[in-house]
Design a protein around this ligand. Structure first.
Ligand code: FMN
Length: 318
């Protein structure tokens, strides 16, 4: 099995990627959170410059519905040495969907077809797509896959939810199964593989799938892939070092303790799941999420990390 790390805006940026890669080194391909303006900001450049992506296979992601924006970003990515780019057709957010970007572009298939026609003709590097299966109804998928099959995608990553599902309900495995039969190039599965049980159930149903993309599962339990592959479970020591590297990276990247705290708290809203079996978890977590002091946050985090017990991780199949 090949494992990809999902792009997650403000969570799986270069600081997280580097720390993860240093301590776990089991991801075959990393995807950056999306870039969306052709004049790349200094934040965008930090995300993609080669110095921040050493020793990892990284594919930058673009979210746009405009050919010129896509091609201009792709051209700059080529200058940085990238050979692939990913198009985001999955973001379900209410701020992008009405503008026909992300999953919102699935509401206008003529526009999608035109965009793909132009970018596949002119883009200097290979293009993969990360997609949802439609906006409101699974029946939309048939027309969407017909369009994808017209173009030479490097690969198609499918998160088989509708835009209106956001992250609710369950991935639609019937549609995913249909896509596996119909799509003419490599398909990667993404969605809700957050535990060994969920992964086992998925791979038993789809033994032919050779690539999965993991997002929240890794944020909740950074040792997840070791558990999936039967490697030695992650230790408290490794998690502590991993956490220190992320914090040090944010201290370098971001100015102001409040802003660093914001990023760390966002991470812990997932990572906290690893410590659910600790004594007085809810009370300690509440204190950690409320504090405005970075040293206090760090101290509570370190106490949790010192108590880490990998047995606590397995979540029930949902
Ligand atoms: C906070 C957050 C930010 C995300 N940002 C992106 C993004 O920038 N690009 C993208 O394609 N998907 C994004 N996603 C979707 C994830 O890549 C992934 O498809 C989704 O979380 C389902 O996979 P999982 O169940 O393994 O987490 C985001 C999801 C979350 C929860």
């Amino acid at each position: 099995m090949q494992y990809y790390l999902a792009p997650m805006q403000s969570l799986t940026g270069y600081v997280f990627r580097n720390a993860y890669n240093k301590h776990f080194h089991n991801i075959d391909k990393y995807f950056t959170p999306f870039l969306s303006s052709k004049g790349l900001s200094s934040k965008d450049k930090n995300e993609i410059i080669p110095e921040h992506n050493q020793g990892m296979l990284v594919v930058p992601q673009i979210m746009t519905n405009q050919t010129d924006v896509f091609l201009e970003i792709a051209r700059q990515l080529e200058d940085y040495g990238y050979t692939s780019v990913n198009l985001n057709l999955g973001c379900p957010s209410g701020t992008v969907v009405p503008k026909k970007r992300g999953a919102g572009l699935l509401a206008d298939l003529d526009m999608l077809d035109r965009l793909l026609d132009e970018i596949f003709t002119k883009c200097p590097i290979r293009i993969s797509i990360k997609t949802r299966i439609g906006m409101e109804n699974p029946t939309e998928w048939e027309d969407i896959q017909t369009i994808y099959n017209r173009y030479p995608l490097e690969e198609l990553i499918i998160h088989p939810r509708l835009q209106q599902d956001q992250y609710k309900n369950h991935p639609n495995l019937e549609i995913f199964s249909e896509a596996l039969e119909q799509i003419q190039y490599p398909v990667c599965y993404n969605g809700d593989l957050h535990s060994v049980n969920q992964y086992k159930a998925f791979t038993e149903q789809f033994p032919q799938v050779t690539t999965v993309m993991l997002g929240r599962g890794i944020l909740k339990n950074p040792g997840l892939i070791d558990e999936l592959t039967g490697n030695a479970p992650v230790t408290a020591e490794t998690l502590l070092a991993f956490h220190e590297d992320i914090l040090a990276g944010y201290k370098e990247e971001i100015s102001g303790d409040i802003n660093i705290l914001y990023k760390m708290k966002e991470l812990w809203s997932y990572f906290g799941d690893s410590f659910k079996n600790c004594d007085q978890f809810a009370k300690r977590m509440k204190k950690m999420m409320k504090t405005k002091s970075l040293p206090e946050f760090h101290s509570i985090a370190n106490q949790f990390l010192a108590e880490y017990n990998c047995q606590a991780n397995e979540l029930p199949i949902v």
